[in-house]
Design a protein around this ligand. Structure first.
Ligand code: AMP
Length: 542
């Protein structure tokens, strides 16, 4: 027997309709590429998203056609989020930090018909436009008078001219909620990148989940700063959850230095911010140097790579800001787990609470997870046994765009490529990417554990642990270290810092000092590149 409730598809257009209707005067604040601060409201977002939808109709784009963006976090990008998907086209956010050849490859593979870009990325567009014949229109996200005349890019128009003459009313179409809404290519450290293609249903369900109290706990009382880019996995879904809850949104544009981000947090009374550890490192450095404090920020979600314990500690104990450690991936829209403690942990000593906070956290409702061994048998949740982490759920990828890479699922589960433990309370902890695991004498050493300890040393800015071939033990860990400006520490002193923090056999054999640790386009350490740089390195004991 079927239930007798109304049946409405879950569509992204409903999010912007809700935000405009119920939080019409809610603010959206953006630091623009031009340098000034732009302010308007959720009602304005809807009005201009409708102009975008009309402009797409006028440009002849059909349902499902892809519209690419190369853009920072800002109000025009937000209008595209709702105008493109709401009208039935697919928003394809492209990571501008990739190499121009990779960007051109991705734009062609996605078959983008229109590409919208911030003026910061004009040099990229100048370089790639002739290699992207499928793009029929290039749109610069600026006022008409800011568009230089002699770019050499055919079919180039300013965004304001493109939408300016369009009506600001649009009847959002109603269609199957499983229709594609947006897409994002994975970082693709090996081989060509592959795309996750999100649907309206997956996006709306993810938006509900992200707003839950044990996830981002978003509400109409929040001022939210997504430092995580809208060009990578939809800024962790924050634009959608903000529209759903009526939160104020604050966009940093391209100014991600410590000073600019700090000033935006203070100036816009930000209560909640989300970012990867590298961005927060710059901001905390700026705050320490200038003896600054926060007046409104009370929590921050940190993810994308492991959050160093020293960062959780500084946010909590020096600034009174709760750090919520999160884990996810492009293929998961991206949220999978988030670390908040349970009622029974309230009275635990601070040190024990810290051990829990370091973990990537508990599965969000909608995400099912398990760890498996080499035989694909499920492993116990004892907080010690390591296994390959598998996930499933309604916002987790079933297959890649155009079927690239064949069927990625194993018995209905998506193998994440991460290795993790899960404890009896369901707290998951990532120990490594499976390809980065260090196997020494038949035992596994977690490179993240080694890096976390190294980064707790006051002289260390960043650390990356990799395995080096060893005749007796197969592999032994070494740690590559970039020091803070002006700081010094000797190799032996740093190795001694591990004593008592790890078992003897887990302590790295050597320290290699480097100027910087290579970072990829999504802010993660590029261990492949580091290995390449250290290809002539030999272990002292090998
Ligand atoms: P991406 O698809 O580019 O967002 O990368 C996803 C990958 O980033 C995951 O599979 C993890 O390896 C890594 N990752 C994300 N969040 C965390 C975290 N909190 N701790 C450790 N690794 C993380």
């Amino acid at each position: 027997m079927l239930g007798l409730m109304q049946s409405h598809p879950l569509l992204i257009s409903a999010l912007i309709e809700h935000a405009a209707r119920h939080h019409g005067d809610g603010q959206i604040v953006s630091r623009r590429v031009e340098g000034d601060i732009h302010r308007y409201t959720w009602a304005d977002v809807r009005r201009r998203a409708m102009q975008v939808a009309n402009a797409l109709d006028a440009s002849g784009l059909g349902a499902g056609d892809r519209v690419g963006t190369l853009a920072w976090n800002g109000y025009r990008h937000l209008e595209l989020y709702f105008g493109v998907s709401g009208s039935g086209r697919v928003l394809h956010t492209v990571n501008p930090r990739l190499l121009p050849e990779q960007i051109a490859w991705i734009v062609n593979h996605a078959e983008d018909r229109i590409l919208c870009f911030d003026m910061t990325f004009l040099p990229i567009v100048k370089g790639i436009h002739s290699h992207c014949p499928g793009v029929k229109q290039w749109i610069a996200l600026c006022d008409a008078d800011k568009l230089p005349a002699d770019t050499g890019i055919p079919h180039l128009v300013s965004y304001e001219a493109w939408i300016g003459s369009q009506a600001d009313r649009y009847d959002w179409p109603v269609f199957d909620e499983n229709t594609a809404s947006s897409m994002c290519y994975t970082s693709g450290t090996t081989g060509n990148p592959k795309a996750a293609l999100y649907s309206h249903r997956s996006t709306v369900l993810h938006a509900y989940a992200a707003a839950l109290p044990d996830v981002m706990s978003l509400s109409a009382r929040d001022s939210v700063l997504p430092v995580v880019p809208m060009f990578h996995v939809n800024a962790w879904g924050i634009p959608y959850s903000a529209a759903m809850t009526g939160a104020k949104l604050v966009f940093p544009g391209g100014a991600l230095d410590g000073k600019s981000v700090y000033e935006l947090i203070e100036g816009e009374k930000v209560t909640f911010a989300a970012g990867v550890p590298t961005v927060w490192q710059m901001m905390l450095g700026h705050m320490a140097q200038n003896k600054l404090k926060f007046s409104t920020l009370n929590r921050t979600v940190i993810g994308g790579s492991a959050c160093p314990p020293a960062m959780i500690d500084t946010f909590r104990n020096q600034y009174g800001v709760d750090v919520l450690h999160a884990w996810g991936m492009t293929e998961m829209s991206p949220l999978g787990t988030l670390c908040t403690l349970k009622e029974k942990h309230r009275d635990l000593p601070e040190a024990d609470q810290m051990k829990l906070r370091l973990k990537q956290g508990r599965a969000i409702f909608g995400v099912d997870m398990k760890i498996v061994g080499a035989d694909e048998q499920e492993l116990p949740w004892d907080g010690k046994t390591y296994g390959d982490l598998y996930v499933k759920g309604p916002w987790i990828l079933g297959s890649y765009f155009k079927g690239e890479g064949g069927d990625p699922l194993r018995g209905g589960w998506f193998p994440t490529g991460d290795v993790a433990t899960i404890d009896a309370d369901g707290f998951m902890q990532i120990t490594d990417r499976s390809k980065d695991v260090i196997k020494s004498g038949g035992e596994w050493i977690s490179s993240i554990d080694v890096e976390n300890i190294a980064m707790a040393h006051p002289a260390v800015a960043m650390a990356a642990c990799i395995g080096m071939p060893h005749p007796k033990w197969d592999e032994r860990p070494i740690v590559a270290v970039a020091l803070k400006p002006g700081a010094e520490v000797a190799r032996d002193e740093l190795l001694a810092f591990f004593d008592g923090k790890l078992a003897k056999w887990q302590i790295p054999d050597d320290v290699v000092f480097v100027d910087s640790i290579p970072i990829g386009a999504t802010g993660k350490m590029l261990k492949t590149k580091l290995r390449e740089q250290l290809k002539d390195y030999r272990l002292p004991s090998a």
